[in-house]
Unconditional design. Structure first.
Length: 153
């Protein structure tokens, strides 16, 4: 565990500008060559807290688009996986189908190569649903998160 923790770099973004700066600074670490995975938790949270209301939507989406392009560039240039988490909301006007929508709009939905929706189920189980992939069909997998790690139910 100590060796694993020694290989993890962590940074907290305090606002959207700082989050974008951290993506730029991540490139310095990637140039050293030993990184294969970058995880960005709560991708849109800093953007949503700063750009409130419909009047700022266009500016927020443009800035989010620039940030996503940088993350794509890092993934392509350094052959790494960039994994982001994001919030979802419910569309109240949806009468048929799944009303769950990712926060971030179309720019986020179209920029992700794969989208996996995670949700809690009964008896501590979790469900991962592949929503979008260029080469895999939609599907679901049930799993548990225990003290032993991720396991089959």
């Amino acid at each position: 565990p100590k060796q694993t923790l020694a290989n993890i770099h962590y940074a907290r973004a305090y606002n959207s500008d700082h989050q974008m700066l951290l993506a730029e600074k991540t490139e310095d670490i990637l140039k050293k060559g030993d990184v294969k995975l970058v995880i960005l938790d709560s991708l849109t949270s800093t953007f949503r807290s700063e750009y409130v209301g419909r009047g700022t939507l266009a500016v927020r989406q443009q800035k989010l688009g620039r940030h996503l392009r940088k993350l794509h560039q890092l993934a392509d240039m350094y052959d790494i996986c960039v994994f982001v988490t994001n919030q979802v909301s419910t569309a109240p006007d949806t009468f048929f189908g799944d009303p769950t929508r990712p926060i971030g709009g179309h720019i986020l939905g179209h920029s992700a190569t794969m989208r996996i929706y995670l949700r809690k189920s009964k008896q501590g189980r979790r469900i991962a649903r592949l929503v979008d992939s260029p080469n895999l069909p939609e599907g679901e997998a049930i799993f548990l998160v225990t003290s032993k790690g991720v396991t089959d139910p």
